[in-house]
Design a protein around this ligand. Structure first.
Ligand SMILES: Cc1cc2nc3c(=O)[nH]c(=O)nc-3n(C[C@H](O)[C@H](O)[C@H](O)COP(=O)(O)OP(=O)(O)OC[C@H]3O[C@@H](n4cnc5c(N)ncnc54)[C@H](O)[C@@H]3O)c2cc1C
Length: 232
């Protein structure tokens, strides 16, 4: 029986496992994908962090400065791979956990597509954004074009010369709409109830949590207007 099984090898699962291992507690991570950090590795090509590198690092592992303020998907996946390797986190890939049951006071029984497993403790770190949901109105209509969830979108190439409607103005929708508008010479619009928009950002001369906090002219807590000459 394993002491601790962590389900999911995203940042939460890897950081939890690393901290347990650091304290000498035998821990294994189970991941349904074919690699560690599968959720991030499977997202669209142009994805960049929208939380800056200052806010998104794992314990004791700052992002390399070379990543800039907003690491790319591939940089983040490299970062997670490096983190797992440095902390010797054992990740068993290709194991989807389907059910967990109490084992009569002796921990937990796990049903997985790789067979039954048992552990004294289980940490569920399966994330909150791994079940794509297509609203009912987007399916089963007379519309004859293709309907694609952002989880299945990769890059603008298949959309060259086509008219695209992006529904949803959150981080993914806006990022995808921007790259479609830039790279695919078709038409693209984003129709949504806009969320509160923030004027802070590079265009307003702000940086995420600039190290010199001397002049904070920005209304958002995570942006600071940098003093002249500050390198951030
Ligand atoms: C497009 C997009 C952009 C995002 N950008 C940001 C950002 O800029 N900044 C930010 O802070 N957050 C961002 N997020 C949210 C981001 O997903 C989380 O911050 C972070 O990845 C959550 O980490 P996690 O470890 O909890 O889950 P995840 O990273 O989702 O990892 C969960 C892992 O569990 C695995 N798993 C799931 N179910 C099972 C199962 N049954 N058995 C075995 N393995 C399983 C998955 O394959 C996955 O690898 C973004 C999310 C999306 C979808």
């Amino acid at each position: 029986m394993d002491e601790v099984l962590v389900i999911g090898s995203g940042p939460a699962g890897l950081a939890t496992a690393a901290e347990l291992l650091r304290r000498g507690i035998p821990t294994t991570v189970l991941e349904r994908g074919d690699r560690a950090a599968a959720a991030w590795a499977g997202r669209y090509d142009g994805l960049r962090f929208n939380t800056s590198r200052w806010w998104s690092a794992l314990p004791g592992a700052p992002f390399p400065r070379a990543y800039g303020w907003f690491p790319t998907r591939d940089e983040y996946v490299d970062y997670l791979d490096g983190y797992a390797a440095r902390h010797h986190v054992p990740v068993r890939t290709g194991v989807a956990v389907e059910r967990i049951d109490p084992a009569g006071g002796r921990g937990w029984r796990l049903s997985t597509d790789a067979g039954p497993m048992a552990a004294r403790h289980v940490v569920v770190a399966t994330g909150i954004a791994n079940r794509p949901a297509l609203p009912g109105w987007a399916t089963g209509t007379t519309y004859r074009g293709s309907v694609v969830h952002s989880a299945d979108y990769r890059n603008p190439l298949p959309y060259r010369g086509r008219r695209v409607l992006v529904v949803g103005g959150g981080s993914s929708g806006m990022e995808i709409a921007a790259e479609l508008a830039r790279d695919a010479p078709g038409r693209c619009c984003c129709r949504c109830a806009p969320r509160r928009t923030c004027s802070c950002g590079p265009a307003a001369g702000c940086r995420p949590t600039c190290r010199c906090r001397s002049s904070s002219g920005c209304p958002c807590p995570w942006w600071t207007r940098c003093s002249p000459g500050c390198s951030g």
